[in-house]
Design a protein around this ligand. Structure first.
Ligand code: GLU
Length: 490
């Protein structure tokens, strides 16, 4: 896994005394993304773990944009990172941009050179250069670190004790010039100057750690505590990437996922509380999260599971908040505009429990609107009389009889009983006697005009007495008209 470097991973869990603040000083973590693409849940999981760890220890969480690669770093990607963190509610205490820190890198590179710990040399190693051609062209000067060639040991909070022999690294390059440090140098200097106590990052950075520790030691800086997180994997168990269709976090925001659900799901990518509990709100996560319980094996990103977690969060929403979302989405839909629907807050509140039951994301509300599944709440349905006929009935005579019964029963139902249970109690014994489908089908169809809809008791309680009696009357009228039409046939 780590070529040319001897690595010994020794599992050493428990981390006694390794957590909490170091010598009473505050814990400082950071999220250090490179804005070279749209980041996905696999990337933000690092931010989530760093954030939770800082917050539960009363520490600080820092955002550092690692944009030293000027060619690949783009403003739009940085903007997307900032938007995503804001949406997730991962507030940071400070933010830095590496591209604005050239002077600091220069100062410390010059210091290392002055102390004889780094030196300016050719970019290529001399033998490769000589072998290349007779005229190897101009030398590119770079800054190399004078490798003390020693074994580096560190304790990783997740992986235990790790030891590398850095001899194979040679005198590695740390900068292209005094203002152009390469990644390793910028990372360790920034971690030092920003007072980072805990470096929480992906396992793919383990192989970078030994050379970074050599540099930290050369600067006389304290070595931070490391926690290398298991990779987030796609279904095929390779590292999750755009290639697997991994979506930016803002994609889920735009679909109407809840930020707390994303946070919850990402916290479970490599961590679990050791109990059955899977659904956490933000405060619950800050309390329960435990870096020492992060697993070593890769964590699979599962879109279905994410949807389930989001659904569980929707179920726990305040109904009024969900109703407001329905109102907002219905009002801004083309269908509502085209058909001049009027959605009142009270109607939205009545529909909310039905949709909350079914929706996994707010975009499911849009899907219901577009599938015309909410039409019957806002407008009287239109349909053919024959649709009112239950499949087992020979003609519309039984439907007529049942609708007459329902009309009478509901007309005499007192207003205070106009709720799901009251309506059901008024109709159910009759439906049991006459056949459930035979009675409830025309009832439901008269209210919805759809083959599929919530049950007629739910619908009737949402629509209200006046609208229900009107729709039943219209159904009966439609049946009469179709019978008249038939008798008038030659
Ligand atoms: N900028 C690096 C990345 O995006 C992170 C460096 C670090 O966490 O040390 O992978």
């Amino acid at each position: 896994m780590i070529s040319g470097i001897r690595a010994f991973f020794r599992a050493n869990f428990g981390c006694k005394g390794g957590f909490g603040s170091k010598n009473g000083s505050k814990i400082v973590t950071r999220f250090a993304p490179s804005p070279t693409g749209l980041l996905h849940a696999g990337n933000y999981r690092t931010a989530v773990f760093s954030y939770l760890y800082a917050r539960q220890n009363g520490g600080k969480f820092i955002l550092r944009i690692e944009d030293t690669d000027a060619a690949r770093s783009k403003k739009q990607y940085e903007d997307n990172i900032i938007e995503s963190l804001a949406w997730l509610g991962l507030e940071y205490d400070a933010t830095y941009r590496q591209s604005e820190r050239g002077e600091l890198y220069r100062e410390y590179l010059e210091k290392l050179i002055a102390e004889g710990k780094a030196y300016v040399s050719s970019a290529e190693n001399e033998t490769a250069r000589a072998a290349k051609s007779e005229n190897p062209g101009p030398r590119n000067a770079v800054i190399r670190f004078k490798n003390p060639n020693k074994k580096v040991r560190f304790h990783d909070l997740i992986r235990g004790d790790i030891e590398f022999d850095t001899t194979d690294l040679g005198d590695f390059v740390i900068a292209k010039s005094v203002t152009e440090p390469i990644f390793h140098f910028a990372v360790i200097l920034d971690d030092y100057l920003m007072g980072i106590t805990h470096v929480v990052r992906g396992e793919d950075h383990i192989s970078n750690t030994p050379r970074q520790i050599l540099l930290i030691e050369a600067l006389g800086a304290p070595v931070p505590t490391y926690a290398h997180l298991p990779l987030v994997l796609a279904h095929d168990r390779s590292k999750l990437s755009k290639r697997h269709g991994a979506k930016p976090i803002t994609y889920y925001r735009d679909l109407g996922y809840l930020p707390d659900a994303l946070l919850n799901y990402m916290a479970l990518l490599g961590w679990n509380p050791g109990t059955e509990q899977e659904i956490f709100d933000r405060a619950g996560l800050v309390k329960a999260f435990d870096l020492s319980k992060v697993q070593k094996g890769g964590a699979i990103f599962n879109e279905e599971k994410l949807r389930w977690v989001n659904k569980e969060h929707i179920k726990r929403m305040a109904p009024a908040a969900f109703a407001a979302e329905i109102k907002r989405r219905v009002e801004s839909s083309d269908r509502a505009k085209d058909l001049h629907w009027n959605i009142t807050a009270s109607m939205a509140e009545k529909i909310a429990p039905v949709l909350m039951e079914r929706a996994s994301a707010f975009s499911d509300i849009d899907a219901s609107i577009n599938a015309q599944d909410l039409d019957y709440y806002f407008a009287e349905p239109t349909y053919d009389a024959l649709s009112l006929k239950w499949k087992d009935d020979a003609d519309l005579a039984p439907a007529t009889r049942h609708l007459d019964y329902i009309k009478a029963a509901l007309t005499s139902l007192p207003d205070k009983k106009w709720n799901e249970e009251g309506i059901k109690a008024a109709i159910w014994p009759y439906a049991e006697k006459e056949g459930r489908g035979n009675v409830l089908w025309p009832f439901r169809y008269a209210l919805s005009g759809k083959d599929r809809s919530p049950n007629p008791f739910t619908l009737a309680s949402i629509l209200g007495k006046q609208a229900v009696l009107k729709r039943i009357e219209e159904a009966l009228g439609l049946i009469r008209k179709s019978a008249d039409a038939k008798t008038q046939l030659p």
